[in-house]
Design a protein around this ligand. Sequence first.
Ligand SMILES: Cc1cc2nc3c(=O)[nH]c(=O)nc-3n(C[C@H](O)[C@H](O)[C@H](O)COP(=O)(O)OP(=O)(O)OC[C@H]3O[C@@H](n4cnc5c(N)ncnc54)[C@H](O)[C@@H]3O)c2cc1C
Length: 450
Amino acid sequence: MFNGAELVARGEDQWDPARAAWNLAIDQQPAMVARPGDADEVAAVLRYARGNGLRVAVQAAGHGAGPLAGVGEDTLLLKTARMTGAEVDAEKRRARVAAGARWQDVGALASPQGLSGLSGSSAEVGVVGYMLGGGHGWLARKYGMACNSMIAAEVVTADGRLLRADRENEVDLFWALRGGGGNFGVVTALEFELYPVPELYAGMLTWPWERTAEVLHGWGEWALGVPNEMSTWARILQVPPLPIVPEPVRGRQLVVVEAAYLGDEASGRELLRPLRELSPELDTFAAVPPAALGHLHMDPEDPVPFAMSGQLLDKLPAAAIDSIVEVAGPDSGSPLLSLEVRVLGGALTESPSDAGALASLDQAFLTLGVGMVMDPAMAPAINAHLDLVSNALEPWDSGLKYANFIDVPIDTRTCYPPDTFDRLQKVKTRYDPGDLFRANHPIPCPAAAG
Ligand SMILES: Cc1cc2nc3c(=O)[nH]c(=O)nc-3n(C[C@H](O)[C@H](O)[C@H](O)COP(=O)(O)OP(=O)(O)OC[C@H]3O[C@@H](n4cnc5c(N)ncnc54)[C@H](O)[C@@H]3O)c2cc1C
């Protein structure tokens, strides 16, 4: 213990579980692990790290640990897992979460009130890490990036001060936290808006993967004409034959269309008609509560070893769909579990006047390839195939990257327009001039950047 914070050092019994990331493919070997329980304990841990010449990597569960793979003896891993809890004020449509909260903690309180935060595909993902990186989810075409729903953040900065950042206080810090990642301090609490979801019609349609080309082309045309109330993602899935996988898809190779419609079942059915005319073999669409969105994509609920990589595409013409089928469909030899395409547009392209660093996603499509690295020997083949996908889609790649979907170290400059990156560096220099914080996607101080 150190001023209340639990410290776990190498060699102690708790070392392996303490240093583990949710992504089991990542072997983190920090100098030590600290588990503070509140903001005062966070400040004490930061003092300890500074006093011992250590940098600090902040982590909730470690869904985004991939880019930190090299975390080693110069770094203290600060885990926020003991800082749990969520509160929902249904009347004001607001939520407040502690640093270690996951989306399921918010969903459990908000969903029965007909409300939802702008969560992503998985109820397990940490609210803070997801939102600091932007946050693209099922309601994004209607309500935009999750980071722009942030109302306030409580942050312990490198010098140990607890600040409240919002539209009136620490405005530059508040701007940077909305999309600039975990570079500026330890967020101990977040407040954000919730959105009314009185009716929701959501589910998935599946076809055998022999029909991948036909279904993806049909989906691509259909998706161009749907309203912003409809979000839709399509994917090629090679599902492992594991007991944790829902029975209807276990061990199958499929092409899948998922969608969530903010509206009533009758109009949702009418919108989906062209897809149903393609005679899917499985159809799970139903009127569901908002919390169902955290499970629609069938993301694993327990930690797994994986590698993933995504791209922001300007367009998805027929030739791009052909390339996707070629690299991930039947006869491709693809080892990937999933290659998905999310339709962007709608509110994602409307940058609010008082938005944060990731004001919008102006591109038309977001892809994500995922491979399960069940054994380290599988990693080279999976990473090579992720590269193959990336090269195949290069002609339509916007050149910008979406940090939350990049799971390897990259030059973070590629995630922002140049003036946004410059401003992020200025905020970094002001709040963390000694570069104490080691975010998964680092914004270096200008001097350190060279
Ligand atoms: C199964 C799965 C599904 C996903 N689905 C989506 C999706 O639909 N949409 C989307 O946008 N992203 C999605 N992601 C990506 C996810 O949003 C990022 O990996 C995000 O960084 C995860 O946050 P975390 O807190 O869970 O992870 P962590 O690895 O614990 O944290 C990631 C980073 O966030 C920062 N951070 C975390 N907590 C704090 C804190 N308290 N203070 C300061 N910095 C902090 C740190 O820099 C840390 O390196 C998904 C990831 C997985 C594994």
